[in-house]
Design a protein around this ligand. Structure first.
Ligand code: NDP
Ligand code: MG
Length: 391
């Protein structure tokens, strides 16, 4: 069979790294069209050369000279700035991994969607930010959205066991993060170092902090709602500290179908890469006898108010999930910068959402520009509320 062409947006990140690792193991089946990064020129150039990419794009415009120098004599084309990232996504690859972090990933992901590519979607913020509009664009262009997020990938696999009308609810699991058993007052004061110690998964910084606050699970509830057209009542969260079961689907006959796997992002990414076939994944196999026990708990909405706020945003609709995501991005950046306490992340998100609703700003999003402008305004709103929340 002819090699499939692939593009990786966010190739230098944690998901990018797992994706490149899988591609490295199947060099004869895949050809790399384009790779992108934000500022890490060195890693981007190294990957572009290793994989013989046709195009490399760096988001930071100031790094174009460095990238050109690093690729001199290789024949690899390159570009810089947001437009170059969008160009990378628009180039003709059969399959695109959307793994930029944050709402910055929205426009590039849409560029891949609009040309009807198979899009492996890791970037959950872009779904949370642009809501059902994103899925409408995909349907219109005939783009296949393959969920790369482990829980959603699990649901995608389990959903094929029944029809939509037979579905009762979906369940996404959560490890509970490093603060699962901490007293609320201690969580409030948690340090950056403590928040970055995830018990099971190794991930980028933003999502690791979101996992500690369980904002990540909130984003995932919203993500599941848009991906699979489910209401808030049809999505449950179950704390499962071992992170072996990633998602389950309950059908009308009370069968519950689950997907299991070690907590290794290469497994859901391999599913997206191979789909509709299966490729060879990582070498380590799941050894349940060794793991011994799988345990479950109900999520604690008081310890983790971010989860409650996500459900509220989803039920509110009309741009509220965009505001939820934007405020959380501002709050996480402020926490990393030492400007607010860990517990204040949820306070800032709640204050921004309430302020937004009180100002009468809710309105349906009908375009990417709508989503981007709500995102922009909500970030400003969150930034202006920051001093009241600050240390
Ligand atoms: P990382 O921070 O590790 O990587 C982000 C990637 O995006 C890097 O290549 C980075 O470039 C690039 N990037 C960052 N900002 C911009 C920008 N403004 N414009 C263009 N490129 C940019 O993140 P992760 O890999 O952890 O996560 C990526 C996405 O996948 C997120 O949306 C996350 O929620 C989601 N996800 C991640 C999981 C994981 O296990 N890591 C699991 C499930 C979902 P550079 O290296 O130059 O900074
Ligand atoms: Mg996940």
């Amino acid at each position: 069979a002819a090699a499939r062409t692939v593009t990786v947006l966010g190739a230098t990140g944690s998901i990018g790294d797992s994706t490149m690792d899988l591609l490295r193991g199947a060099r004869d089946r895949y050809e790399v069209e384009a790779l992108t990064a934000n500022s890490n020129v060195e890693a981007l150039a190294r990957l572009a050369i290793e994989f013989g990419a046709r195009f490399a794009a760096i988001a930071d415009p100031a790094r174009l000279g460095e990238l050109k120098d690093a690729l001199a004599g290789t024949g690899i084309e390159c570009g810089a700035g947001e437009s170059a990232i969008i160009e990378a996504a628009a180039r003709p690859a059969d399959w695109v991994m959307a793994a930029v972090s944050g709402a910055a990933g929205l426009k590039p992901a849409l560029a891949a969607v609009d040309r009807g590519a198979a899009v492996a979607l890791a970037n959950k913020e872009c779904l949370v930010c642009a809501g059902d509009f994103f899925m409408q664009r995909a349907a219109k262009a005939g783009a296949c959205i393959l969920p790369a997020d482990s829980e959603h990938n699990a649901l995608f696999q389990a959903l094929s066991s029944g029809n939509r009308e037979e579905l009762v609810r979906v369940i996404i699991t959560a490890s509970g993060g490093p603060f699962r058993t901490w007293a609320p007052a201690d969580i409030e004061q948690a340090t950056l170092e403590q928040a970055l110690k995830h018990p099971n998964w190794s991930m980028g910084q933003k999502i690791t902090i979101d996992s500690a606050s369980m904002m990540n699970k909130g984003l995932e509830v919203i993500e599941a709602s848009y991906l699979f057209a489910l209401s808030a009542d049809e999505i449950d969260v179950l704390v499962h500290p071992q992170s072996i079961i990633h998602g389950m689907v309950e059908f009308s006959d009370r069968s519950v179908v689950a997907q299991l796997g070690a907590p290794d992002m290469r497994i859901p990414i391999a599913h997206c890469l191979g789909w509709p076939d299966r490729i060879v994944g990582p070498s380590a196999r799941l050894d349940l006898a060794k793991i011994g026990q799988l345990t479950f708990e109900a999520p604690d909405f008081e310890r983790f108010p971010g989860l409650r706020l996500a459900y509220e945003a989803l039920r509110t609709g009309r741009g509220a999930t965009t505001v939820f995501n934007a405020a959380n991005e501002v709050a996480v950046a402020a926490f990393i910068a030492g400007k607010i306490k860990f517990g204040s992340i949820a306070h800032l998100v709640e204050a921004t959402m309430n302020d937004w609703i009180r100002a009468g700003n809710l309105a349906p999003l009908s375009s990417a520009d709508d989503a981007i402008s709500v995102d922009y305004n909500a970030r400003n709103r969150a930034a202006s509320l920051l001093p009241q929340i600050a240390l």
